[in-house]
Ligand binder design. Structure first.
Ligand code: PMP
Ligand code: GLN
Length: 379
């Protein structure tokens, strides 16, 4: 059969997790916590399942959850959104990203993505007949070169995709970045998909510069988030999209037939914890900052050079003092010989730069970080 996705194989996250299992390695590859979300959340899920919340949720999401998302959006970003018309609950951010792309990208349209970028963007663009136009971020700090973005814009540009805090680099966008993006898209038909799944994981006291803080940009944007990241439950696959009424209406046309609705008991559970315990997400920056600092301290005696991390839960390291292998070969060697799984950063690129950088996930309990570091400092 002729494939519609010739460039797609098994994702690097699956490949590395399988190798980690096979070699009994400490898995700092695929990004997921090795601890559970709050007990109150798990109790709320069980309570929802035991009290008849087991049938289809409304297509757009459980009303109480959409309201709580609107409350959080106003509290954190100062934007009043209409919970009925502008918030849609999805089966993870992955579904939201797919639905947003499918809703607005027409055959022949171009979508600007900033490399390195998360792996689910381009296949969605390809499937709807669009074309991803890759603009590299600038090393060493993975900043956006807006002149290059501007140069990449053509009459066919339909969407610019951004991701802050950024996977895999941990870079964050500033309000000046958003101002520049607003200026670039002003008086155009270009829309923005803003992947903000790590919105609550920003370090060193910095605010998360959500597109939802930026009134002009918010008018042309789909803002996507994920409860998997915020509540340490990546396997529940619940996310959401906030977008202005007209964009949400188109988004919902896709969501309606992609999944129709998302797992109802989890929606009730998230609604309850968002309402009763907003402190959970307010405490998240400090929670993950302590893990970042701990992991960096553990790796300090190693030969890895640690790149700065401003958000999300990934540490990039330069391994050029250890090996001259390319990053994929280095990761295969590392999981086999050192017993630690990582992700090669080239997997996030169309054309990877000549850099020797891999990604470790530090969303782990202390003993896991210690066990990994014991192996890594020996190299
Ligand atoms: N975007 C980014 C940048 C991510 O890192 C992830 C999760 N790895 C997703 C989207 C997908 O999130 P979800 O698991 O909620 O589908
Ligand atoms: N988002 C996770 C990461 O970056 C992976 C999720 C997945 O395996 N699809 O590691």
């Amino acid at each position: 059969i002729e494939t519609k996705l010739p460039k797609v194989g098994t994702t690097i996250f699956t490949v590395m997790s399988q190798l980690a299992l096979q070699h009994d390695a400490v898995n700092l590859g695929q990004g997921f916590p090795d601890f559970d979300g709050p007990q109150s959340l798990r109790d709320a899920l069980a309570a929802a399942m035991n009290s008849g919340k087991n049938q289809y949720a409304p297509m757009t999401g459980v009303p109480k959850l959409r309201e709580q998302i609107a409350v959080k959006t106003e509290r954190l970003y100062g934007r009043k959104v209409n919970a009925d018309a502008e918030v849609t609950v999805t089966s993870g951010a992955t579904e939201a990203i797919f639905a947003a792309i499918a809703a607005v990208v027409r055959p022949g349209d171009e979508v600007i993505v900033l490399d390195p970028c998360y792996d689910c963007y381009e296949p969605a663009i390809d499937l709807v007949g669009g074309r991803a136009v890759h603009v590299p971020l600038t090393l060493p700090d993975f900043s956006v070169d807006w002149q290059r973005v501007k140069d990449a814009i053509t009459a066919r540009t339909r969407v610019i995709m951004i991701n802050s805090p950024h996977n895999p680099s941990g870079a964050v966008l500033s309000s000046a970045d958003l101002d520049t993006l607003a200026a670039l898209t002003r008086d155009t038909e270009i829309l923005v998909i803003s992947d903000e799944v790590y919105e609550h994981i920003v370090f060193d006291g910095a605010p998360h510069e959500s597109v939802l803080r930026h009134p002009e940009l918010a008018e042309r944007s789909f803002v996507v988030s994920s409860f998997g990241k915020t509540y340490h439950c990546t396997g529940w696959k619940v996310g959401y999209c906030v977008a202005p009424r007209a964009l949400s209406a188109e988004f919902r046309k896709v969501h309606q037939y992609l999944t129709f609705c998302t797992f109802s008991p989890a929606q009730w559970a998230f609604a309850q914890v968002l309402e009763s315990d907003p402190q959970h997400y307010l405490d998240l920056p400090a929670f993950y900052q302590a893990k970042r600092d701990r992991f960096r301290e553990l790796l300090a005696p190693s030969k890895f050079q640690l790149l700065p991390v401003r958000g999300a839960y990934f540490q990039l390291v330069d391994y050029s003092a250890i090996s001259d292998k390319d990053d994929l070969n280095f990761c295969e060697w590392l999981v086999r010989e050192a017993g630690v799984a990582a992700i090669p950063v080239s997997a996030f690129y169309e054309t990877a730069p000549d850099a020797k950088i891999v990604r470790f996930c530090f969303a782990k309990n202390d003993p896991t970080l210690v066990a990994a570091a014991e192996r890594l400092v020996k190299l």
